[in-house]
Design a protein around this ligand. Sequence first.
Ligand code: GRG
Length: 296
Amino acid sequence: MEIREELLRRTAETERIIYAYLPAEEGYQRTIMEAMNYSVKAGGKRLRPMLMLETYRLFGGKSKVIEPFMAAIEMIHTYSLVHDDLPAMDNDEYRRGKKTTHAVYGEALGILAGDALLNYAYETAALAFEMETDPAGVGRALAVLARKAGIYGMVGGQTVDVQSEGTSDMTREKLDFIYRLKTGALIEASMVIGAILAGATRNEQKVMEETAAAVGLAFQIQDDILDITSTQEVLGKPVGSDERNHKNTYVTFEGMEQAKRDVEEISNRALERLDSLVVKNEFLTELIRYLICRDR
Ligand code: GRG
């Protein structure tokens, strides 16, 4: 399988699904829809919905019930980036090679667009109830989505991250906590939801959660590495932001060479966990392998 070509095809497929669930730009409040759609359509790797769909396929899922959840996870991910870029947080002007939402629409609309995307994500995911004969699975998937995005997931991780900035009391244990929640939680949600909706057993859901946790950790360490080694042209956002914001990262603790080795080692752990299942999905395996050496 030529992974780069396949990835382009799958990204286009994923985008078609996400775009179908974006709101129409109409009414007195149409600017909020425009800002939401601008943020989602700005690009991005679509990694989370792609991991969700491939996990769903891994366990034999065949219906369209996964689609509103794919759109929902990308909306939540996008809201987190829109808010992360705000002046009160990282104050970034560029993301995915384009002006950030608040830079185009102003700070108030930036805040509202993030809020709107988060709320619309649940409105969208709830559409799955009308598509499924087993509403209990949809309910469980919705509960996972809500929990992993909230104070026991992404928002919790971001809180500790923001409060640790510029302080000297960062430890490896706290850093692991931040990475597991801030980055790992949405990736875990993606893969666990794919498994739940396809009817995977509790044990299979657990294996996917562990696989996703390792993918999320390796992904975040690679993000730290790229912030030092990449360029704005390649990443589509300013590099060197961790150093500018006096952030302790995995690279600060372990050094660049060890960090690179760990990305590989942790990714291999994810692959081993995945391989312990009877079911197989070649593209999912290749995707995780590809993430080890991703350059953006
Ligand atoms: C504001 C509640 C709140 C949370 C923000 C996700 C996040 C938490 C902050 C963004 C900054 C950051 C480096 C987060 C770590 C996760 C990460 C690497 C996000 C970028 O994800 P990609 O690379 O982005 O998948 P694209 O643009 O490809 O979608």
